[in-house]
Design a protein around this ligand. Structure first.
Ligand code: 5AD
Ligand code: SF4
Length: 447
């Protein structure tokens, strides 16, 4: 079986679950599509580019399917959710279309196709409850594969989103926001930690509103409560979370950065634009001023916090002055890193119907102006670490070259590493060089 995955962190976790479910059914992953019995494409539709790639890949796989008629070809994830009918009509060689909330049905659907009980399987309905079954049940149905789990994992704490930013497909493709029960989350983290996982990233579209949209426990639990409980699990060395919405960032959550030792000082807080007029049309529900206040407060609680953000350039109606306001914001906050995108119309979103679309060339120009400045700031920010001693969690050691990450999520390379160092171990490193995208350092002698 060959699984081609596109995209975002959200569906990286889904891909893992799919692999786990299908390993249990005897499917073995292969690196190449040639010779595979099943090809699944787990898709992301957040931006237009990702979706275009899916259709061209499906087009390219038509020949594969012609060569091997028993091959089963499936599309899962957001594009399947959103364009289910269109895929069926445009790509008749696709056998299986599975939406974001139906991946747990994959084994039975594949079985029906293999037994030729059906010739096409489509499941794109949305559920009204949390779709991830309790981890204990998932384990009973599909025990973790014998392959090592690795040292860091994502744990989903909520699904969907209720924010309806005017440019975004997520509320449409992933449905309403539903928080996962606390007990399930704690149990999953405990099992993972007992199996050697050392770093957990709690995952949701808007983790800051965890527990506020539906009752997840007899007593109302907020995201800071959840963080404190997860952090108390013995053996866990690092805790992260993603993603946050600035409007829901509470004082209590900021305090967590000062109080919880294993909570890493790295915060992804997407701002999207530095212009209040644009933020309003994006339906973001905060202002540049309130965002800056939160940045100041966060840094007061945790001075070494590394801030990352997302930016969209060329939103409909974005003027040169609006864009300059985004550049001003970048220069004021000096983010440690950012993900920046050209705006693209997405199906069924409000902004797709807005006038005043920005020309493609202008969007490209603004994107490169932004990215050049960000690259420069990244270099300056990285240089601030020179001379400092940081804890690096080992990711790999190859020919004496260690690659790992700091709590602030910077990648660090060190020469002369002991080949016995294992992924997940933490070593002190003295940083002596900085690049745009990573740091270099020397492993400190044992204290
Ligand atoms: N066009 C461009 N970028 C988008 N994003 C979401 N929707 C769009 C769109 N229509 C970006 C946002 C979000 C990130 C995951 O993708 O910056 O934070
Ligand atoms: Fe999309 Fe906005 Fe929800 Fe993020 S908060 S997933 S950008 S609707």
């Amino acid at each position: 079986m060959y699984i081609k995955t596109f995209g975002c962190q959200m569906n990286e976790r889904d891909s893992e679950i799919i692999e786990q479910l299908l390993a249990q059914e005897g499917y073995v992953p292969t690196a190449e599509p040639e010779g595979a019995d099943v090809i699944l494409i787990n898709t992301c539709s957040i931006r237009e580019k990702a979706e275009q790639k899916v259709f061209s890949l499906l087009g390219a796989l038509r020949a594969e399917k012609a060569n091997n008629p028993s091959l089963l070809l499936g599309v899962t994830g957001c594009v399947a959710q959103q364009e289910g009918e269109q895929i069926r009509d445009r790509m008749p060689h696709v056998d299986l279309i599975v939406g974001t909330q139906q991946i747990y049905r994959l084994p039975e659907m594949l079985e029906r196709l293999r037994q030729r009980v059906t010739s096409k399987e489509i499941a794109t309905n949305m559920e009204t409850s949390f779709v991830i079954p309790p981890f204990q049940k998932l384990l009973a149905d599909a025990p973790l594969s014998p392959a090592p789990l690795g040292f860091k994992r994502f744990v989903t704490i909520m699904q969907g989103c209720d924010n309806f930013c005017s440019y975004c497909v997520v509320p449409g493709t992933r449905g309403r926001e539903i928080s996962r029960p606390v007990a399930d989350i704690l149990e999953e983290v405990e099992i993972l930690v007992n199996q050697g996982v050392r770093e957990i990233t709690l995952l949701g579209q808007n983790v800051n509103s965890y527990g506020t949209t539906n009752q997840v426990a007899a007593v109302q639990v907020t995201f800071p409560h959840l963080l404190r409980r997860v952090a108390s699990i013995k053996g866990l060395r690092r805790l992260r979370f993603t993603t946050s919405h600035p409007k829901d960032l509470s004082e209590d959550l900021m305090r967590c950065f000062a109080e919880i030792e294993i909570l890493c000082p790295h915060f992804h807080l997407p701002v999207q634009s530095g212009s209040n007029a644009v933020l309003q049309r994006m339906n973001r529900k905060y202002t540049v001023e309130s965002y800056l206040e939160k940045v100041t407060a966060l840094r007061a609680h945790r001075p070494d916090i590394a801030l990352a953000t997302d930016i969209i350039v060329g939103f409909p109606g974005e003027t040169e002055a609006d864009f300059q306001a985004t550049m001003d914001l970048l220069n004021r906050v000096r983010f440690h890193s950012s993900f920046s995108f050209k705006y693209s119309d997405r199906p069924h979103t409000r902004s797709a119907g807005f006038d005043d679309k920005v020309a493609e060339e202008e969007k490209s120009r603004r994107l490169s102006v932004f990215q050049n400045r960000q690259d420069h700031i990244c270099f300056e920010r990285n240089s601030e670490y020179i001379g400092k001693e940081v804890d690096v969690m080992v990711e790999s050691v190859n020919n004496g070259e260690l690659k790992g990450r700091t709590p602030s999520n910077h990648i660090v390379h060190c020469a002369g590493a002991d080949a016995h160092l294992l992924p997940g171990e933490i070593v002190p490193v003295q940083i002596d060089q900085a690049g745009k995208h990573s740091l270099k350092g020397i492993i400190c002698a044992k204290h």
